[in-house]
Design a protein around this ligand. Structure first.
Ligand code: UT7
Length: 405
C-alpha cells in the first residue's frame, strides 16, 4: 500500500516545515560494551559500522521525555504553536505504557490541546508509516499541521548480556511537523509493506496479551528483544533497493534524479549493499549510525535532522526516506524538499516565547492533574444522589457551559 500526491491537485500538499532531534547525554562506546560482553570494537565496527550509541540514564528519561524534547525543537523550527497542531503521532516500539499512548503524554507535555494523539507500531518502519499517514491526512484536508515523532528507549528492552543484540541499539528521538502547502512539493509518494510471516524474526516475545508478564516470562528473558540478525539482514538488503525504486517510480522520478537517500540506520553493510543494487554513489546515502547505533523508529528523523544540519539538503531536492524492521515491515517516502535552505534563523525573542509556552504547558498539566484529584475528592463517587451528587451535577453543567459544549 501507499499513496501518491494527486495529479489534479485539490490545492493541498503536505510538506515538512519543522524538524528536531534529541538524544540522551550518556554515551556508550564499543569499548564500554567490550567490558561487559564478549565482543570487540573491531568486530562491532567491521560488522555494523557502529562506534557508539546514546542511552538513557535514570528513570527520568523515558520515550515520552525524549519525544517531547525532539518535538519542541521541531515546533520551534516550524514556528507552529502547539495549540495549532491537529494530530500528534508517536511511532515507537518502546512506548511508555501499553496505554495510555506515549503520544497522549507528549500532547499534554506540549500543551497541544486541540490535537488528537495516538501511537503507531510498525517496528523500525514506524516513523515512515506515520509520515505517510500524516501527509495523507493533511492532503485530504483532515489536518493543517501534524506532529510526527519517532522515539525509542531500546536500552530498556535490550538484554545487556546478549552480544548478538546489545551492541546494535541506541536511544533517541526525532520529530517533524507536516504542514499543508499549496505548491506541489513535500511528501509526493509513499510505499508501505508488511510480511507478517516474518514476525518471529525480530520480536519482543512477552509482556503483550500473547504472553502477559509473569515470573516465568521474566526469568526466561521474554521481555528482551530477540532477533535473527542474518534473516533481517537478508530481508533488508532486498527491500531497501526495491522500496526505493518503487517510491521513486510512483513520484515519477528516475533513481538518478535523487539528491539524497536517507535509509534506516541499522548496519553500514546493509546500506552499502543497497548502494550497489541501486547503482548509486555512496555519497548520496546519508549515514550517521556510527554515532547513534540503531534507534529504530527514531533513526530516520534523527538522520534527516543531521542531513539538514550538515547542509546536505537544498530547496527542490528530491529525497527518498526508506525503512524496514519488525513485522516484518518496510516503508519508503518520496519528498521534494519544499523549503529554501538554509532556513532563516528565528528571532531570539520568538524562540524564547516558544520555550515559555512549553514551560506553561508543563504547569498547566500539573494544575489539571491536581484539579481532577481535588474535584473527585470533594464531589465523591459518581451517581450518588446526596448533596455531593447534586453539587457534582451542577458543577459539571457549569463546566460544560464554560467550555462552550
Ligand atoms: O532495525 C532492524 C533491526 N536489525 C537489523 O537491522 C540487524 C540486521 N542484521 C545485522 O546487522 C547483522 O546480521 C548482525 C550485525 C546482527 C550480525 O552480523 P553477521 O555478519 O550477520 O554475523 P553473524 O550473526 O553471522 O555472526 C557471526 C559470528 C557468530 O559467531 P560464530 O557462530 O560464527 O562462531 C556470532 O556468534 O559473530 C558472532 N557474534 C559476535 N562476535 C563478537 C555475534 N555478535 C557478536 C559480537 N561480538 N557482538
Amino acid at each position: 500500500m501507499g499513496s501518491q500526491a494527486p495529479k489534479a491537485p485539490n490545492g493541498r500538499y503536505a510538506q515538512i516545515t519543522g524538524w528536531g532531534m534529541y538524544v540522551p547525554e550518556k554515551v556508550l562506546t564499543n569499548t564500554d560494551l567490550a567490558r561487559a560482553v564478549d565482543t570487540t570494537d573491531e568486530w562491532i565496527v567491521s560488522r555494523t559500522g557502529i562506534k557508539e550509541r546514546h542511552i538513557v540514564a535514570g528513570e527520568r528519561e523515558t520515550t515520552a521525555t525524549l519525544a517531547a524534547r525532539a518535538a519542541q525543537e521541531a515546533l520551534l523550527v516550524a514556528d507552529v504553536a502547539p495549540g495549532d497542531l491537529d494530530l500528534v503521532i508517536v511511532a515507537t516500539v518502546t512506548p511508555e505504557y501499553a496505554f495510555p499512548s506515549t503520544a497522549s503524554l507528549v500532547q499534554d507535555a506540549l500543551g497541544a490541546d486541540k490535537a488528537g494523539a495516538f501511537d503507531l507500531s510498525a517496528g523500525c518502519s514506524g516513523f515512515m508509516y506515520a509520515l505517510s499517514l500524516a501527509a495523507d491526512v493533511v492532503r485530504a484536508g483532515g489536518a493543517e499541521h501534524v506532529l510526527v515523532i519517532g522515539a525509542e528507549t531500546l536500552s530498556r528492552i535490550v538484554d545487556w548480556t546478549d552480544r548478538n543484540t546489545c551492541v546494535l541499539f541506541g536511544d533517541g528521538a526525532g520529530a517533524v511537523v507536516v504542514s499543508v502547502c499549496e505548491a506541489r512539493c513535500g511528501v509526493l509518494a509513499s510505499v508501505l509493506g508488511s510480511d507478517g510471516s516474518g514476525g518471529d524474526v525480530l520480536i519482543l516475545p512477552a509482556g503483550g496479551s500473547h504472553a502477559p508478564a509473569s515470573h516465568e516470562t521474566v526469568s526466561s528473558g521474554g521481555h528482551f528483544a530477540k532477533m535473527n540478525g542474518r534473516e533481517v539482514f537478508r530481508f533488508a538488503t532486498t527491500i531497501i533497493p526495491k522500496a526505493t525504486e518503487q517510491v521513486a517510480q510512483k513520484a515519477g522520478w528516475q533513481i538518478a534524479d535523487l539528491a539524497l537517500v536517507i535509509p534506516h540506520q541499522a548496519n553500514t553493510r546493509i546500506i552499502e549493499s543497497a548502494v550497489k543494487r541501486l547503482n548509486m554513489p555512496l555519497e548520496k546515502f546519508f549515514i550517521n549510525l556510527d554515532r547513534y547505533g540503531n534507534t529504530s523508529s527514531a533513526s530516520i528523523p534523527i538522520a534527516l535532522c543531521e542531513a539538514i544540519r550538515e547542509q546536505r539538503i537544498k530547496g527542490g531536492d528530491k529525497l527518498v526516506l526508506v525503512g524496514f524492521g519488525a513485522g516484518l515491515t518496510w516503508a519508503a517516502v518520496a519528498i521534494e524538499w519544499g523549503i529554501p535552505m538554509p532556513v532563516k534563523p528565528q528571532r531570539p525573542e520568538r524562540r524564547w516565547f516558544g520555550r515559555l509556552r512549553f514551560a506553561f504547558a508543563g504547569v498547566r498539566s500539573i494544575f489539571r492533574r491536581v484539579e481532577r484529584h481535588v474535584y473527585n475528592w470533594i464531589m465523591g463517587p459518581v451517581g450518588k444522589d446526596d448533596w455531593r451528587g447534586k453539587l457534582r451535577k451542577r458543577t459539571d453543567a457549569l463546566r460544560e457551559r464554560l467550555r462552550g459544549k
